[in-house]
Design a protein around this ligand. Sequence first.
Ligand code: UDX
Length: 437
Amino acid sequence: MKIAIVGTGYVGLVTGTCFAEMGTDVYCVDVDTQKIENLKKGIIPIYEPGLEEMVKRNYQADRLHFTTELKDCLNEVEVLFSAVGTPPDEDGSADLKYVLDVARTIGRYMTKYLLVVTKSTVPVGTAQIIKQTIQHELDLREMDIPFDIASNPEFLKEGTAISDFMSPDRVVVGVETERAEALMTKLYRPFLLNNFRVIYMDVPSAEMTKYAANAMLATRISFMNDIANLCEIIGADVNMVRKGIGTDARIGSRFLYPGCGYGGSCFPKDVKALVKTGLVNGYPMRILQAVEDVNESQKTILFDKLYKHYNGDLKGKKIALWGLAFKPETDDMREAPSLVLIDKMVDAGCQVTAYDPIAMTEAKRRIGDKVDYAKDIYDSVVDADALVLVTEWKEFRMPSWNAIRKLMSVPLVIDGRNIYDKTELAENGFIYYCIGR
Ligand code: UDX
């Protein structure tokens, strides 16, 4: 079976590579010539554990092809996945420019039946717009070529993208015809040995499922952040509360970790887009608006703790910042809480020295010399008036507190992910702040 994946971002590249790994012949298409040339050389644009080797292996096996020419693949493939970006525009709605560009090219150049599957997260109704766009182009050509549309939202997480794709909890597929369902069943058959379910439904429901899943997960996080903040005020420990509620099977223990706010390419964008969809359709999404508001204020909570500790006098303070990426195991800094914190600290006159195991190149690209960059965790804390932890990378979990206390100017730790033991920090002579404990 031959398929094309348009867009070689996170979702597109992982999808294409994983299908190739299962023996499918895959064309990965992107308009970015440099990116395509790099991929052919095995240079991948993102940091994702295991991806580089898998790309190289399948490229060498001639199952994975990279091209900038979408129109040439259209004669070759039976199924085309659209995984191009849907960045938020100024008002928070998803910008469909790239999605519609792809649809127009398909309509202009397709020569035989094609199943067009949307993988990007797109507002409900987008598949219909794609269908109309393709049909419009075919009408202009006075051609009558059959095609189907489908929606197959992707739920992979950065950092564990390959295992998420290979062994997902479920695959959601929205289809309109039996032909489309049969093709999708054929495509996913090799994965079924990994024991998951393909859930078929109508197209709008599949589109909505992706938003509802991300919105629910973001809601859990903001809810726990609210609970954590209240715990702190009334003297409860949110870790205990989290364990106490997470053992209820109806609630479950995952995604209940309070912290300094969620970031990344999905939650912030999708929550905003669903709020916008609600407004446009005359149904304000009140809970989600609150989820978004709580997250915005949570991103400043570490700064607030620092500000309070120093009674607002932060001018000239040296701050060590651990973790720039929005979460561990990625170099992605999109909507990262670290960015908000850095802005606030720099505005208040702090001198920030940051360290991240993977994301420092990305940070230099984004914020340049707004902060200094340390070569390791110990280098970052020299003469520091505070150490602020933003991302829970494994290598931050068991530092030598003895060495750190000697290097710091003031033994103050502000832990945005609750990864340290309060007693251990106190025994080592640190003033320790965390979230909701
Ligand atoms: C998310 C969804 O999980 C995934 O299904 C979807 O396809 C894309 O969006 P991702 O953005 O890669 O994936 O990261 P995820 O691991 O879900 O974390 C998102 C954010 O929530 C991170 O900033 C993380 O730090 C935060 N988070 C997560 C918490 O603050 N607490 C938690 O308990 C879990």
